[in-house]
Write a protein that binds this ligand. Structure first.
Ligand SMILES: Cc1cc2nc3c(=O)[nH]c(=O)nc-3n(C[C@H](O)[C@H](O)[C@H](O)COP(=O)(O)OP(=O)(O)OC[C@H]3O[C@@H](n4cnc5c(N)ncnc54)[C@H](O)[C@@H]3O)c2cc1C
Length: 558
C-alpha cells in the first residue's frame, strides 16, 4: 500500500507516524510545501518574544529523523498543485520542476491560512501574518533589526493576544484592535472583561469595537486607519482569523462547505473513497450542540491524523466531535475554556443557565493561592454541563481539563460534586473549585437558592417593592457598593432580621457569592424569597467598570 500525505505538520505528521506503527511495509510519502515538518506552530509567538530562545526548539522532527525513526519519506519544499482523482496521482511542484506521484490512499492535512482582509495596505512590507517558521523569522528579524517602538495587532483572537504579549515582552508598545466588543472570541463578553483589565495592567493598549479600514505606509510611521480614529505604528500583525487552505481539495472536486472546509465523515473520509482529510482544513461537528463547526486547534488535528491512519489500515476508529477545549497564557494569566459559550448555546437553542464562582486555586493559607473566576453553563432541565470558561493565575488549566472530561462524559453539575480530585494544600482544597461549581449549581437546581446575574442588577426595582441587601462588611462597602443595596454584614444578619420585610423578595450579594449564599439560607429559614448574585460584587463591578470604560469616548486612545 502506498499512502501520500499532503502537509507535514500537526495532522500530517501524526498520520504518518501512526501509519508506520500500524503497517511496517506501507510506502509512506509526506509532501510538505514549506521547508520544515512537524514544527511547533503553537510555540511560534514565544520565539518572537524570546521565551523560546532557540529556533531549533521549534522543529520537533526533521525529514532525516522521520526517516530513521519511522521510515517515512518526507519531501520538504514539495508543493502539491493538483490531484487527479481518476488516475490517483498528485502533481508536485519543486524548485527543480514538476512530477507526479501515485497513491493508493491520500491524506490531506494542508491546514489553514491566515485571513488577509481586502484592506488597502494589507499587503505592505511591514504588515505581517504568522503561520510558519519563515513568518516567525521575518517578524523576529524585523523586531531585532529595525527596533520598532510600536506595533498594532489587528484581531484579538488567540494568536493576536499571544503575539501582543510577546511583542510587548520584546519591548514593543503594542495595541490590539478588535472589531467585536471583546478579545478571545470563545470567551463570553463578561469573562473577557477580566482579561481586558489585566491586559491593560500589563501595558497593552486595547481598541475594541473598532475596525481597521486601511493601512498607510509612506515610510516613517505607518497609519492604521480605524472606523473611529487612527493609530500611528511601526509594524502591523494581521491576525483576524484563519480559513481552511483547501484550494487543492476544491480543484479535486471534494465536497466542501460554504466556508471552504472539507466535508468528512467520522472516519475522516472525504467525498472521495480514497482521500482522507484532517485538521484545520475540515469541518467538524460540535460535541455539545451537534451542529457543524470549524474549530482549528492542534488537538483535533493530531487526533484526526491518527484516526485517518487507523482507517487506512483497516481499524474503523471514529472522530467523536470537537468541544473546543483550549487554553492560553497572557503574561501571568491563564485563560481556558471548553464546550459552548453563551452565544453558541443561544444559537443552538439550548435552554441553559449559568453559574459564576470564584474560589482559590489552592488552600488559601498556603502561599501563592489565587482566585479562579469560573463560569459554567448547564442545561436547566437536566443539569447537563454544556461549557466552562476559567480565568486565573494558577491551577486554571487543570480545572478546565476536569470540566472538559466531565462535559465529554455527559456529566451533570451534580456529578461534579462527587468528583474526588487530588488534594494537598499546595495544589487544591479539600473541596476543589470544580466541586464548588457543582455545589453552587446543584443548590439552584434543587431549589435551595435562586440565582441572579450581574446583567440583571440594573433592572432590579429600586421602588421598595423588593429588598436589596449587601452582606459584606462596612469596610468592603466603603471600597465600592451597588446603588440601592442596604448593608447588613452576614454575621449580623440574624440580629437585624426583624428589620427586613419577609413579604418582599430579597436580592442579596456579597463579594464573591459565598457569604450571600449563607445569608440566603439564613433568610430562607425565616421564610424569605431570596436571590443570590452569582459571582458577587467582584464580578459585577469589574464587568460594569469595563463596560462603562468602553462607552467612554476616549476608550482605547492613548
Ligand atoms: C501561531 C500559532 C499558534 C497556535 N497555537 C495553538 C495552540 O496554542 N493550541 C492549539 O490547539 N492550536 C494552536 N494553533 C493551531 C494549530 O497549530 C493548528 O490547529 C494545527 O497545526 C493544524 O494542523 P494541520 O495539520 O491541519 O495544519 P498545519 O499544522 O498548519 O500543517 C499544514 C501544512 O500543510 C502544508 N501544505 C498546505 N498546502 C500544501 C500543499 N498543497 N502541498 C504541500 N504542503 C502543503 C503547509 O505548508 C503546512 O505546513 C496555533 C497556530 C498558529 C499559527
Amino acid at each position: 500500500m502506498k499512502v501520500v500525505i499532503v502537509g507535514g505538520v500537526a495532522g500530517g505528521a501524526s498520520a504518518a507516524a501512526r501509519l508506520r506503527r500500524l503497517d511496517e511495509k506501507a510506502e509512506i510519502i509526506v509532501l510538505e510545501r514549506g521547508s520544515y515538518i512537524s514544527f511547533a506552530n503553537c510555540g511560534l509567538p514565544y520565539y518572537i518574544g524570546g521565551e523560546i530562545k532557540k529556533k531549533s526548539a521549534l522543529t520537533l522532527q526533521t525529514p532525516q529523523s522521520f526517516k530513521s525513526r519511522f521510515n517515512v519519506e518526507v519531501r520538504v519544499n514539495n508543493e502539491v498543485t493538483s490531484i487527479d482523482t481518476a488516475a490517483k496521482t498528485v502533481t508536485v511542484r519543486t524548485a527543480e520542476g514538476e512530477y507526479t506521484e501515485s497513491y493508493d490512499k491520500l491524506i490531506l492535512s494542508p491546514g489553514a491560512a491566515p485571513i488577509v482582509p481586502p484592506l488597502p495596505g494589507a499587503d505592505g512590507s511591514r504588515v505581517f501574518t504568522l503561520r510558519s517558521i519563515p513568518d516567525t523569522e521575518r517578524i523576529r528579524e524585523y523586531v531585532e533589526e529595525e527596533f520598532p517602538d510600536s506595533a498594532v495587532v489587528i484581531g484579538g483572537g488567540y494568536i493576536g493576544v499571544e503575539m501582543a504579549e510577546n511583542l510587548k515582552k520584546a519591548g514593543v508598545e503594542t495595541t490590539i484592535v478588535e472589531l467585536s466588543d471583546h478579545l478571545i472570541a470563545p470567551l463570553d463578553y463578561d469573562m473577557a472583561c477580566e482579561v481586558h483589565q489585566y491586559a491593560r495592567s500589563q501595558g497593552l493598549n486595547l481598541v475594541l469595537k473598532n475596525g481597521v479600514t486601511a493601512i498607510e505606509d509612506n515610510g516613517g510611521k505607518m497609519t492604521v486607519k480605524l472606523n473611529d480614529g487612527s493609530i500611528e505604528t511601526d509594524m502591523v500583525i494581521l491576525s483576524v482569523g484563519v480559513r481552511p487552505d483547501t484550494v487543492l481539495a476544491k480543484q479535486a472536486g471534494l465536497e466542501l462547505n460554504a466556508r471552504g472546509a472539507i466535508l468528512v465523515d467520522s472516519h475522516m473520509l472525504t467525498s472521495n473513497p480514497d482521500i482522507y482529510a484532517v485538521g484545520d482544513a475540515v469541518e467538524v461537528t460540535d460535541f455539545v450542540t451537534k451542529q457543524k463547526a470549524y474549530v482549528p486547534l492542534a488537538g483535533p488535528a493530531n487526533k484526526q491524523g491518527r484516526i485517518a491512519a487507523d482507517n487506512i489500515c483497516g481499524i474503523p476508529s471514529e472522530y467523536k466531535q470537537t468541544q473546543g477545549s483550549s487554553v492560553l497564557k497572557l503574561f501571568d494569566m491563564t485563560i481556558a475554556m471548553t464546550g459552548v459559550n453563551e452565544r453558541a448555546a443561544k444559537a443552538a437553542g439550548l435552554d441553559y443557565d449559568k453559574m459564576y464562582t470564584f474560589n482559590q486555586s489552592h488552600a488559601s493559607y498556603y502561599p501563592g493561592a489565587h482566585g479562579i473566576s469560573m463560569k459554567v453553563l448547564y442545561e436547566k432541565k437536566t443539569g447537563r454541563l454544556l461549557g466552562a470558561q476559567l480565568i486565573g493565575y494558577d491551577g486554571v488549566d487543570k480545572r478546565c481539563d476536569v470540566l472538559a472530561v466531565a462535559i465529554r462524559a455527559g456529566m451533570t453539575a451534580s456529578d461534579l460534586t462527587e468528583l474526588e480530585l487530588c488534594y494537598a494544600p499546595p495544589f487544591g482544597s479539600a473541596k476543589d473549585p470544580v466541586n464548588y461549581a457543582g455545589y453552587a449549581i446543584e443548590n439552584v437546581l434543587t431549589g435551595k437558592i435562586k440565582a441572579f446575574h450581574w446583567d440583571e442588577v440594573a433592572s432590579l426595582p429600586r421602588d421598595g417593592s423588593v429588598t436589596l441587601l449587601d452582606v459584606r462588611t462596612p469596610a468592603e462597602r466603603e471600597n465600592g457598593a451597588i446603588e440601592g443595596f442596604t448593608g447588613i454584614p452576614v454575621d449580623e444578619l440574624r440580629e437585624h432580621i426583624g428589620e427586613l420585610d419577609p413579604k418582599k423578595p430579597i436580592y442579596v450579594h456579597c463579594q464573591s457569592g459565598l457569604r450571600s449564599y449563607i445569608a440566603c439560607r439564613i433568610l430562607a429559614g425565616y421564610g424569605f424569597d431570596c436571590w443570590n448574585l452569582t459571582g458577587g460584587y467582584r464580578f459585577y463591578s469589574l464587568v460594569v467598570k469595563e463596560t462603562k470604560a468602553m462607552e467612554h469616548p476616549c476608550y482605547g486612545t492613548k
